[in-house]
Design a protein around this ligand. Structure first.
Ligand SMILES: *Cc1c(COP(=O)(O)O)cnc(C)c1O
Ligand code: SF4
Length: 437
């Protein structure tokens, strides 16, 4: 990182006019040997050739932890006084690997937009909160959020390889990088044992895989000792931010405790690289079902073509898109928020065009801990007692009749008539005629 920096602009990739603007920031073949080769930072390109590059400890030790350092690597970044204030207000760190994925050296690059403090973070409308999901008030014991009857969210560390600027849990992450104590783990086991209705524990943070193999194993082993815990999920962004963390040793230790599901957090196709592909391959080969939770972010992935490319890429690397989140109302993210209609428009684009396994559920995690609700494009055009009329993604209409009820006592007049007329080969026509009367 000390090396002098030259000609970063010249390394920007050539833009092609027929690609949507956000995709232009990506290596054209989304292959990441080329992502790093095409990195906007010559310093990072040089560092990527060193043997330690793929050592995850080295990556963590060499995280870029100041805006000044970032500006050295990417000279077109803004280091205004407000950007510096934002860096003080919310934790900042980025691994050399993740930074190396940037293809342009200014904030329009999706990787930099997600990881570099910006003056916009200081804009603070009153509905943005430090804890928008009221997690703190749903913790029966410290670090365990028990909001849904059968699931609990277990926060085991405050550290992450990269502090995402859009993070919902900024109140937890980064301030003091710390992990759970043995005593707290014991309390959690006691709580879970006393609450056998909890079948599914989501291990999160921070990023749990910033911890050592033995610390992670101690947590998973403790959770597995509770007979009522059926599923363990690990939420980790390391396949994206620190793919070298997914070592054979870690995988071998964790697979003993199956079923463990892993949810990761890819937001843009340029994060799908040979390195992240290899991390996912190791996990999938060891039997961890992989899911992805993206956040819809303005200027990063709020574009139907970018989203489509991301989702197709994820399925190719055996990651099932799980959720697409509307941005939570967390302090410092107003510049990332999109209108709800944008997510709906993107979902409408996807349905019918992409394989069902590539389509996530678009959800809003409601303020004040009211939980997640799915949001769908409006497919229902009209409803009557006998038929619902839909439109498909392409706008074509089709009716679906209600089941015919033969028991007159249990039904209204319309439905009885409907059952009389619903005979013979012209059934659906007649049903529709009946609906119209
Ligand atoms: C999101 C969340 C979960 C997991 O919810 P799923 O919809 O099952 O993925 C569990 N607990 C809390 C507090 C959550 O916010
Ligand atoms: S990796 Fe997850 S927890 Fe960590 S900063 Fe990013 S979004 Fe937040």
């Amino acid at each position: 990182m000390e090396n002098s920096i030259e000609c970063a602009q010249a390394s920007d990739i050539v833009q092609q006019d027929d690609e949507p603007p956000l995709l232009r920031k990506c290596a054209p073949d989304s292959s990441a040997a080329s992502s790093i080769r095409q990195s906007a930072s010559p310093t990072l390109r040089a560092m990527a050739r060193s043997p330690q590059w793929s050592d995850w400890h080295w990556q963590l030790r060499n995280r870029i932890r100041s805006l000044a350092k970032l500006a050295e690597l990417f000279p077109r970044l803004d280091i205004s006084r407000d950007a510096l204030k934002a860096a003080e207000k919310f934790p900042q760190a980025v691994t050399p690997y993740y930074a190396s994925l940037a293809q342009t050296s200014d904030i329009s690059d999706p990787v930099l937009r997600m990881s570099v403090p910006q003056h916009d973070e200081l804009f603070n409308p009153p509905f943005l909160k430090d804890d928008p999901l009221a997690e703190e008030s749903h913790m029966p014991i410290p670090g365990l959020v028990h909001r849904y009857p059968d699931r609990a969210l277990f926060l085991v560390t405050s550290a992450c390889p990269v502090y995402c600027r859009h993070c919902t849990r900024k109140r937890v992450t980064g301030e003091r990088e710390s992990k759970i104590s043995a005593a707290r783990l014991q309390h959690t086991v006691e709580y879970l044992t006393a609450h056998p209705e909890i079948k599914d524990v989501v291990v999160s943070g921070g990023d749990p895989l910033t911890m050592s193999d033995s610390a992670i194993e101690a947590i998973i082993e403790a959770l597995r000792s509770v007979p009522s815990v059926e599923i363990i999920r690990i939420g980790t962004r390391t396949p994206v931010t620190l793919p070298f963390r997914i070592t054979d040793e870690l995988v071998a230790r964790l697979r003993k405790y199956h079923p463990i599901w892993i949810n990761t957090h890819f937001n843009h196709p340029c994060e799908i690289t040979p390195e992240s592909t290899e991390a996912c391959r190791r996990l999938a080969d060891a039997g961890f079902p992989l899911g992805n939770q993206s956040v819809l972010l303005k200027g990063v992935n709020d574009d139907a073509t970018v989203m489509e490319t991301l989702l197709r890429g994820l399925v190719r690397i055996r990651v099932r898109p799980y959720y697409l989140f509307q941005c939570d109302l967390v302090a410092g993210v107003e510049h990332f928020r999109t209108p709800l209609s944008k997510g709906i428009e993107i979902m409408n684009h996807l349905r019918g065009r992409l394989s069902g396994i590539a389509i996530p559920t678009f959800v809003v995690d409601l303020p004040d801990g009211c939980g997640k609700v799915p949001v769908l494009p409006e497919y229902v055009v009209s409803k009557s007692p006998t038929e619902t009329v839909f439109r498909n993604g392409a706008g074509v209409r089709a009716g679906y009749p209600e089941p015919v009820v033969r028991d007159a006592a249990a039904t209204g007049r319309r439905n009885v008539e409907y059952s009389k007329s619903a005979k013979g080969g012209r059934k659906s026509r007649r049903q529709r005629a009946c609906t119209a009367c």
